[in-house]
Design a protein around this ligand. Sequence first.
Ligand code: PHE
Length: 455
Amino acid sequence: MTQYAHGLKRVGFTSGFGVLAATLGSAVGLGNIWKFPYLTGANGGAGFLLVYLLATLLVGLPVMIAEITLGRVAKANPISTLQALAPRRQPWWLVGVAGMLAAFLILSFYSEVVAWVFAYVVKAARGSILSSDRQVTEAAFGALISDPLQSLLWQWGVLVFIGSILLLGVTKGIEALTKKLMPLLFLLLLLLCLVSLSLDKAADGLAFLFKPDFSKITASVVLTAMGLAFFKLSIGMGTMMTYGSYFRDEQNIPLTTFRVMTADLCVSMLAGIAIFPAVFSFGFEPAAGPALVFITIPAVFSQIPMGQWLMVVFFVLAAIAATGAMLSLMEVPVVILNERLGLSRPKATLLTLFLLVLVGSGCALSNSTLAHFKLFGLTLFDLFDFVSSNIILPAGGIFIALFVGWVWGIDKFRLALTNHSQLHNEKLVQAVFLLLRYISPLLILIVMLKGLNVF
Ligand code: PHE
């Protein structure tokens, strides 16, 4: 137990490995398996990947370190953290409020994608989607998402599932499970890569993924890649700040962050290598959008003996990975409602779930009943995704970077990141600080303004 910014006590992670597992559990999710491949496919392949890697290193890594550090020092929810660390009357805590909004927006569409994953576990077990025939896999996915009742019921099922985990207080159990099962996901992805690489047009897929065509990199592609970097590392909205508040004081923050980022990139790369060779070999469209993974993966499994059951295992593992990410997303509103408004954790959880059922249903119906309901030319599903990843998270990143770089200052930052001079990483601290003070906020701002066509 640690003493906590405004006098309450809170329980933190108890072991270094637990910290790594939970942080990784938040980062790794459908972002790797679903979003990374579909965005890479829709935005021209290797060029997008390159920009995404640059954004992760130049912007993602420093902002993630900053967030975790602030959380660990203040040991509170994002709003209280920023309030406690900022000078009086400066409204930095608004970043925490924006984070809570982002959590709702992300959970609204994320829970729908998890719903598709759950539905695919059942469909895979029935064997109805296993095929290398484009028409079969596309029709199966289309039938699922265009059916309003199925979409809604699966999504509500997902929300009830996550809610029960939180209400029963078994999140630690889930983290332990994730820790054990992630290596299996890794192995299964590796197997998929081998199968995919043995297909006849594998080389085309690899060229798409690794040979950049710079003409395809436009301002909006860069913004999307940067948004993905934020989404992937769960930063810009207080998730990592919240997790940082559970970090132990001896934890080496830069090292943990680096490990999480590397592992996360590896999972995404494996997903990419599993998918693109198959996309080209089976004649799918790389720019198929959110459907990409759901139509391609069954085709790859159709090439392996026991493919049907391995596919069941794959979607179960994907669901487990997504659960870790959803738990961390829920944590932001729940801990804020709990600590700021004094609601008990069960009440905060129920309220969050209730709101999510309301707002999330709009996303669930985005491919059926509400398909023609568009704002700014986007369905609710796409709009929530766009606004969270491409606006709120990067803007949150700017403010977090500016806060550390200009308000909190190098001395406190150094003290926190060296664990009070226990670690000898001054050079690194200085480099991260310079990135936070000048480079990251400027880069994010330029990319945002250009990408949103402001100038
Ligand atoms: N990083 C998670 C994923 O890739 C999604 C997420 C975003 C989780 C923001 C928490 C906060 O699936």
